[in-house]
Structure formats: C-alpha cells, structure tokens
Design a protein around this ligand. Sequence first.
Ligand code: UD1
Ligand code: CA
Length: 454
Amino acid sequence: MIAVAILAAGRGTRMKSSLPKVLHPLGGRSIVEHVLAGLAELDPVRRLVIVGYEADRVKQTLSSQSDLEFVYQTEQLGTGHAVQQVIPYLQEFEGDLLVLNGDVPLLRPTTLHQLVHVHQHQGNAATILTAYLPDPKGYGRVFCDGQNRVTQIVEDRDCTPAQKQNRRVNAGIYCFRWSALAEVLPQLQATNTQQEYYLTDTVSDLQPVMAVDVEDYQEILGINDRKQLATAYQILQDRIKDDWMKAGVTLIDPDSITIDPTVQLSPDVIIEPQTHLRGDTTIRSGCRIGPGTLIENSQIDENVTVLYSVVTDSHAQANTRIGPYTHLRGHVQVGQGCRIGNFVELKNSTVGDRTNVAHLSYLGDATVGDQVNVGAGTITANYDGVRKHRTEIGDRSKTGSNSVLVAPVTLGSDVTVAAGSVVTEDVPADALVIARARQVVKPGWRLQPPPLNR
Ligand code: UD1
Ligand code: CA
C-alpha cells in the first residue's frame, strides 16, 4: 500500500517570479502536473500535496485532478518540516510513503514503479533515488557504505570540498516505510547553514536505507531557475519527438519543431520545420503540416496539408488544403476536400465539403454549405459595433470578388453574388444578386483642361 506526498510549498526564490515555481509551464502543463503524471504506473491510496506559497493558486491549477488532498505548510522551514505536516493526515496509515519533490518533473513512471518495487522487495526503511551527475552542483550528495547502504546525505552548500567531489546525488525522490519515518520526523534539527529542517537528515536515524540509481540521469533534473526550466523543456521535447519518430511520424528538422506532451499524431504524418503543435491537438495519417505552422487544440483529419498557418480550437476534415497564411480560430469546422487559402481568416464558422475560400477573405460567424466558391476578397461584416450576427451561404453558391455580406444575412443555395456587391438583404435560392451602382459610360467625354489665365 502506497501513499504519495508531493512537496510543493516553496516559492522557488531562484526563479525570480511571483508565480510559484511548481506552476511554471513546461510544454503545455505545469511542473507539478508533470510530477503527478509520473505516478501513472502506481496506484496510490492517497495523494497529498503540500502547499504553502500561493497555495490557492496551486490548488486552483490542480482542481481538475480528483482525490488530491492539500496539506498546508504555512511557513516553509524545509523539506523535513514539509513532510512533518502530513503526520496528522496519516495517523492510521500502515504502508509506504513515496515523497516527491514538486520541482522534479521528468521522472518516468517506470522509474518510480521500480523504486517502490525495490523498496518493498528489500524491506527497506527508506529507499532513495540517486544518480551520478556529470555536474552535481546544487544537489545533495549521497554517501554509502560498502553495501550500498546510505549513511549520510549532505547538501551542496554544507559539503566540504572533498565531499563536493562525490557525483552521486539525491534526486529528491524517496520511498519511506511510513511507520519508521513518522517516528523519526519529529526529532529533526535545523542545524545547517540554511537553518532548515532537512528531510534528508532522517536517513541517519533509519535502518536500512538503500540508494537506487536511475539509469537515465536526465530524469532527475530539479528545476530551481529559468535555465534549468529551459533544459527540462529541451529534454522533454527530445523524448516526445523520439517517441513520435519511433511511432512512424516524419519530423523534418526536429530541432525547429515543438510538440506538447498532450498532442496525438498518427503514423505517416509529416511535420515540416518551424512547426509547433500544442494542447489537445490530434493529427491523422497522411497530413503534411508546416513549414511555419502553429496548431493548438485542434483536430486535423487524414491527408490534410497546412502550410504557413495558425489553427486554434478548430477541426479540418480529410483532404482539405489550408494555407499558405490561413488563420482558423474560435471553433471553425472545415469540411472534406476544401481549399482554404492565402490570407484567409475564419472565425466561429462552419464550412461544408468541397468548398473553396481561396484568397483574401474574412468569414466570421458564418455557415457555408457544400461546394461553395467564396470569391477573392469576400468579407462577412458580422459586427455592427455592438453585437455579432450570422451569415449563411447555401450549397453551390458563388460570391464575386470583393463582396461584402452584411450580417445577419442568408443566401440560399445556387446563388451568385456579383463582384463588388454589398449584400444587406436575404437572397433566395437560384438567384443572381447585384448590389452595387451600375456602371455609367459617357462616350466622347474628356476632362476639360483648365482655362489658361491671362
Ligand atoms: C532538495 C534536497 C537535495 C536534492 C534536491 C533534488 C533537501 C534538504 N535537499 O534540495 O538533497 O539533491 O532537492 O532536487 O531536501 N519545499 C516545501 N517546503 C519547504 C521547502 C521546500 O514544500 O519548506 C518543496 C519545494 O517547493 C520544492 C521541493 O520541496 O518543490 C524541494 O525544495 P528545494 O528548496 O528546491 O530543495 P533543494 O535545495 O533543491
Ligand atoms: Ca530543488
């Protein structure tokens, strides 16, 4: 039986931010949400999050997660003090407590699973996740005896020069037999340069304590400043991109592409350079996305191309071509086999199958049928200065170049709008509408030269 405590009460002074450190975004999720995602292969009976600095903001960010218990640490007196706060919550608990630093976001679920497994299998009082770092600066150093039993953990700032040579570091991830930890926690002393209660000091009072090395040391990166945040993002991106390439996605120039962990791709998707895929986005087989494209919270069905465009909160159906320079936003639905072209913005609109909006248009709050041709420069005037209104265009209709459709207005099916029209009234099906001044030609007319003065 396992309970989890996540330490998330600190401010994160070295971030130089008013936002609590654990809420800083890291590829579509906050740091602490990544930590929670690391629990995927465990089935904890309790999940306690220790909050303090900007506690309400942390709670708010995690409000969609069910069954989290928030424990207040009103003064941040150290990691040991933080875990002391859970004692009243776990009075009756008889299992192991997995303690996670809220600022260590890259742990793989298998690593945590393995740590708990070793701990329970060996019957340890505590098991500590460790790694050999090329540059251990800033981390607590872990010292072991000949049998890999941890004797001491010394913080970087408390290390002697000789101790600093030890490259084996504490990841800030521990599994404790709760009954043993609960007994020694109240005895912690703040006798160190920071005058804090260190959780790591409990190891000298517990028997036996074992260290388990993580295979990939990048997993244990702790985020204390913006530089480490950027490094973590890079590591996360490399992982995500490697996984997608293994799954059959082509990434052309991967270093120039970013993909959030929440994005879903299918085999035989091609992602071109300078493309960024964010949020709840799904892209199906045969699509070619980019170069130069941003897609956020959108669904792109099979065989769609999106070139130099921005697509947010929208859905494009199969075999549609989007771009170059298209902006879809605010819940746009584009049907199958459409062409949405150069310098076109669609907002909160539905476009039927095989419809073209090929050049220089704005359609806002519009419902467009199948096989419509929206002529170059067609604009829906959807805003009267106070309210937004809808425009409807029936199947197979054609709007001439530079038409303005003044909403609310409905065009039936098979309507033709003459170029340059300003359509202010509804048009029934099967009609031609011309809404502009008739051309006037005056034969033999010339501009008279002005009379010569004097
Ligand atoms: C800690 C470890 C260090 C380890 C490193 C790994 C201790 C004493 N040191 O150091 O050995 O190598 O993590 O990343 O544990 N927190 C609270 N309440 C507090 C203090 C901290 O909730 O009173 C939280 C912070 O919000 C943070 C986490 O605990 O999420 C770690 O605190 P931090 O100050 O970053 O510890 P380090 O100095 O990095
Ligand atoms: Ca830290």
